[in-house]
Ligand binder design. Sequence first.
Ligand code: GLN
Length: 316
Amino acid sequence: MDLKKVLNDIVHEIKPELGVAKVADYIPALAKADSHKFGIAVTTVIGETFQAGDAKVPFSIQSVSKLFTLTLALREVGDGLWKRLGREPSGNPFNSLVQLERENGVPRNPFINAGAIVVADVIVSAAKRSRHDDPAGNILQFVQTLADDPKVRIDRIIAKSEADTGYRNVALANFMKSFGNLENEPEAVLETYFKQCAIEMNCVDLSRAALYLANFGRDPLTGDRIVKSEQATRINAIMMTCGHYDASGEFAFKVGLPGKSGVGGGIIVVVPGKMTVAVWSPGLNKQGNSHAGTIALELFAAKTKSSLFGTTGRKH
Ligand code: GLN
């Protein structure tokens, strides 16, 4: 299969979808993003990289970071994590509060904000136990190593902008603290959470960083074991069922691959055993997932016949 041609064709076919959807503006610093941008990159388990469009332009990964923090937390506490959060789709928006009250402060899954805040709490506690009490620094270093790029960084302006306006996340964290589901003070946990969301990297880096998930938990290019094989399987399963919030069913229906989105417009997708695909386009649909990115992934799955459920129908 000529992946270079597939990506070039997608960049061409996606043009009418650019600039039509609105970028996230509830975090003021994200409102400056340009909804005409579009990038796509693929990294295969044998180390080939293909890219097209704005694949080298850095963007704010936002909730895509939840994938890397989940990986770190599973390394730290293993299955003990599941005592504090579930792995069931929420069917609610990513920042919803209502379900959390009914379910006694136990978030449905690690990819909604409440769940990711619990995961950040695990990482804050682990940093305290270690000699390196810098949880956000630990997350950044982990992502830099996975991406094999020291230029991956935390954008302090975006982290501050979110901290200044993150009233809902403050509410979620305080609520969970009141239920006894946070070990640390909400302020410390949120500082880590806002910084992880403000990690900035490009599509090429992102597809490289997630490659262990396409290779049973081991980075195929360095040989490093990142997580146990069965943990990688579970992470992929949660991406499939929860990675797009209340549009996860729709994403499985249209793309059929484990994916994780962020309100910066990035999406990472895993084709198990084969490759990872990162897309970025900042215009969002109403569930807060990249509009053009989702359509590009539909095209990709159709052209490469890579949906896990069989062939898909979008014209190609
Ligand atoms: N930092 C964002 C928030 O907490 C992440 C949300 C997202 O990307 N879906 O609201």
